[in-house]
Design a protein around this ligand. Structure first.
Ligand SMILES: Cc1cc2nc3c(=O)[nH]c(=O)nc-3n(C[C@H](O)[C@H](O)[C@H](O)COP(=O)(O)O)c2cc1C
Length: 171
């Protein structure tokens, strides 16, 4: 089967993961902002997006394109500060309808946030959010930034892609 990666990224870490996955699998990589490809041309899809302010950055694109992308295998990789867990699951559930989420295989990756690379607006909001955050680890990350980028964390995604590439079945 023939697949492709469609990602969105605000500060580049999701783009980096999409490129690593593209290099490892040979799949084409598209930024959804540039709309150079039609997702319905592919048998399976990888959709990648960061969590920005408790929401998936690509939620509008997924909803808009759902009729073109439904009914085929979709691997959904999220990139966030928070690790996999109930908090991340809640943000995803608030971004997309259950029927869409349940049709995708989710893999959670952790990203990067470098304060000096952020816009002033984002720095300010993260500072305010950090000062109010009761979770001490999340508070430190919001205030000081973090770098959890890890190429080896794409391994579960590569395994799923191999499965789809070697299969004619829709999963
Ligand atoms: C403005 C802003 C808001 C963010 N909001 C969240 C959030 O609500 N939850 C979270 O876990 N991470 C949050 N993060 C961390 C991002 O998910 C992380 O930095 C990610 O790597 C960004 O992806 P990108 O570089 O592809 O834009 C936020 C980062 C920024 C800059």
């Amino acid at each position: 089967m023939n697949g492709a990666i469609f990602f969105s990224s605000k500060y580049g870490s999701t783009a980096q993961y999409a490129d690593w996955i593209g290099e490892a699998t040979g799949l084409p990589v598209f930024d959804i902002k540039e709309a150079k490809a039609n997702p319905s041309d592919y048998d399976f899809l990888l959709l990648g997006a960061p969590i920005i302010y408790y929401k998936l950055l690509n939620r509008k694109w997924v909803k808009k394109n759902w009729s073109a992308i439904a009914n085929r295998p979709i691997i959904f990789f999220t990139v966030s500060g928070a690790p996999a867990g109930p908090k991340l699951d809640d943000w995803i559930a608030e971004s997309l309808p259950v029927k869409m989420i349940s049709q995708m295989k989710h893999v959670a990756l952790r990203g990067r946030q470098i304060p000096k690379e952020l816009t002033w607006y984002d720095r300010l909001l993260l500072l305010i959010g950090g000062l109010k955050n009761p979770d001490s680890v999340a508070r430190k990350e919001e205030l000081k930034g973090f770098d959890y980028m890890d190429k080896s964390s794409i391994e579960p995604i590569l395994k799923l892609v191999q499965k789809y590439q070697s299969s004619e079945a829709t999963l």
